[in-house]
Design a protein around this ligand. Structure first.
Ligand SMILES: CC(C)(COP(=O)(O)OP(=O)(O)OC[C@H]1O[C@@H](n2cnc3c(N)ncnc32)[C@H](O)[C@@H]1OP(=O)(O)O)[C@@H](O)C(=O)NCCC(=O)NCCS
Length: 217
């Protein structure tokens, strides 16, 4: 039987090996400003460096949502290090279509915390949310080809590159070549076991070991 996504209200925080994912709050403004104001962080994302006011407005509008209740909505969650309580980035799950059960993920990390697999671990938790809890059929990630760290992340998750759209968008004054990645619900079980969940705050920050998964590339 095909499950039709209807409503997703996760229980927070969502725990992963080293992280807590949870809705953003006004208490996160300084942490968000630390990376969302940086031009290097915003180079390949569809927003400009943000100031305190823009972040405050977002917190009151689209980032205030804690559930997905209809297609066209998005759920943005902060990435908190379980060990220290620091907010190190954020991830987003878009619900594009109820009929086609389609979604999309996005991720932004404070560069001071890059290179530890935190963004991959958080994005993996979003795939789990989208497939296991929400019943999505297909989840995509779209990125600029020059954003190599993002492409590596999508591949690490086990997503398949399906398209390379040459110069399809005039992005921040330059032609952007878009890479489209995707994973189907049928493919997810082969990648689900890559990370474990349920450890508690205060756990050590031992790097997780990724279980070898089938690669499509
Ligand atoms: C895209 C982005 C989130 C990637 O950040 P990242 O730090 O490379 O990603 P992760 O946190 O998952 O860390 C992965 C890196 O840590 C390494 N790593 C170390 N320990 C690890 C672990 N336990 N598990 C997984 N990876 C680990 C990986 O090898 C990888 O390095 P590599 O890509 O050089 O091989 C980051 O560059 C970013 O925020 N960019 C700006 C915003 C942006 O462009 N977002 C994407 C829009 S499409």
């Amino acid at each position: 039987m095909i499950r039709v996504p209807n409503h997703m209200q996760p229980e927070y925080p969502i725990r992963t090996e080293r992280l807590l994912l949870r809705p953003l709050t006004v208490g996160d403004v300084d942490s968000l400003l630390a990376y969302r104001s940086r031009p290097d962080v915003c180079r390949y994302v569809p927003f400009e460096p943000m100031d305190r006011q823009v972040i405050g407005e977002r917190l009151e509008a689209q980032w205030a949502s804690t559930a997905l209740t209809d297609e066209g909505q998005s759920l943005t969650l902060g990435i908190e290090l379980a060990r220290t309580g620091e907010l190190v980035g954020d991830v987003v799950l878009f619900w594009h279509s109820r009929e086609h059960r389609g979604g999309e993920i996005g991720y932004v990390l404070n560069p001071d915390f890059a290179g530890h697999g935190y963004a991959t671990e958080a994005a993996h938790a979003l795939l789990r949310l989208g497939f296991d809890e929400f019943g999505l059929h297909r989840i995509i990630a779209r990125l600029d080809e020059r954003n190599e760290a993002s492409a590596r992340l999508a591949r690490r998750l086990g997503m398949r590159q399906e398209a390379r759209l040459i110069h399809n968008e005039l992005f921040k004054g330059e032609w952007s070549t878009e890479l489209d990645f995707a994973m189907l619900a049928d493919e997810w079980p082969a990648h689900r076991a890559g990370f474990t969940y349920g450890r508690q705050r205060g756990d050590t920050d031992t790097p997780i070991t990724e279980v070898p998964t089938r690669r499509n590339h």
